[in-house]
Write a protein that binds this ligand. Structure first.
Ligand code: NCD
Length: 337
């Protein structure tokens, strides 16, 4: 495991407090999260045009480095970069030199030698994007697309955009995250974002075996019983059982989990009538969510996917402009004229 510890704000922010990498929501204040949401809002309209392009990253090279499987995140990062007019390289790790034993650092040195401007990184090791940001050539922006169990900041921000669109803001909201919190980088980033944006209450609903020990210190209330936990909710976020990260038997059976924590119409009816249903995907129908709910009128799961493009456009353009402002500042005065 690559140690990530806590990311010091100076790693992802410039001296003026602008974004230059996007690694974690830790250390980012409400004004920054709101700026990301407002910028994303301004990009939604681009996705509705016939010609879905703006020139903000024209001439820039963005490399998608996905060391773990992904459908939504990888494709929406690619679309976001293309809508910003960047040149996009998708490195297929299975057919790249990584499979011939090349180290991460050597792969990166080679990609930097191709004058890349941004790496979008997904990795099974918590802290991998942080490590890359510390070692990469100045001027290259690193965006975390999900690292181990640690963080998935763009997912949390697209979730926040979806909540803001449907609820008009965050004040007074009661939000629950349900299921496999223990293995979820998404839950960690969501809890952080919800608290920073000032919701009234964040709940986690899960069996004790699927909760991290430090859960309450993250700023949430714990509920083990779903029928109790669903009461008064404005937003319910379901999570996939991340079996690929589970070591040993943490659950009696998937059927038992579904009975206790799966979201069906009956459990949803315990929440507020206008409660929205969210899920980062991939969804497992009949494991954590019933089809009737996933496809029902309260579900905003596909809106989340659409919003992913606008949020990723926002984060990529903000980080690139933060890098440019740092580079301009770093140049010697006589060359600056
Ligand atoms: C999540 C992930 O990869 O962390 N999915 C996503 O990015 N949309 C959640 C999951 O895999 O269950």
């Amino acid at each position: 495991m690559i140690a990530h510890g806590s990311t010091s704000p100076s790693l992802q922010l410039t001296h003026e407090g602008r974004l230059k990498h996007f690694l974690t929501l830790d250390g980012l204040d409400r004004a920054m999260l709101t700026a990301i949401l407002d910028t994303a809002d301004s990009f939604i309209e681009v996705g509705e045009r016939t010609i879905k392009k703006v020139p903000l990253l024209r001439g820039r090279t963005v490399v998608n480095l996905f060391f773990e499987s992904s459908t939504r995140t990888r494709s929406t990062f690619e679309l976001a970069a293309k809508r910003l007019s960047a040149d996009v390289l998708n490195l297929d790790i299975n057919t790249s030199a990584t499979s011939k034993g090349e180290s991460l650092s050597d792969t990166l040195l080679n990609l930097e030698a191709m004058a890349s401007d941004m790496f979008v990184v997904r990795h099974s090791q918590s802290g991998a994007p942080h490590f890359i940001a510390e070692t990469v050539t100045p001027g290259v922006a690193i965006i975390n697309a999900g690292d181990g169990r640690h963080a998935h900041p763009t997912q949390a921000m697209l979730d926040m955009l979806t909540i803001r669109q449907h609820k008009g803001g965050f004040e007074g909201l009661k939000v629950a995250v349900v299921g496999d919190i223990l293995h979820s980088r998404v839950a960690r980033s969501q809890i952080r974002a919800l608290n920073t944006l000032g919701v009234a209450e964040v709940r986690v609903i899960a069996p004790a075996t699927l909760l991290p020990r430090d859960i309450e210190s993250l700023g949430c209330k714990v509920e083990y019983d779903m029928s109790h936990g669903m009461r008064d909710l404005d937003v319910v976020i379901m999570l996939r059982l991340q079996l690929e990260r589970m070591e040993g038997a943490l659950l009696p059976s998937e059927r038992e989990f579904y009975r206790l924590y799966g979201l069906n119409q009956e459990k949803l009816s315990l929440a507020k009538p206008d409660c929205i249903v969210m899920h980062p995907g991939p969804i497992n129908r009949g494991v954590e969510i019933e089809s009737e709910v996933a496809d029902g009128s309260q579900s905003v799961i596909l809106n989340q996917v659409t919003n992913g493009i606008a949020v990723r456009m926002a984060v990529m353009s903000m980080a690139m402009s933060g890098q440019v402002s740092e580079r301009v500042k770093a140049r010697p005065a006589e060359v600056r004229t």
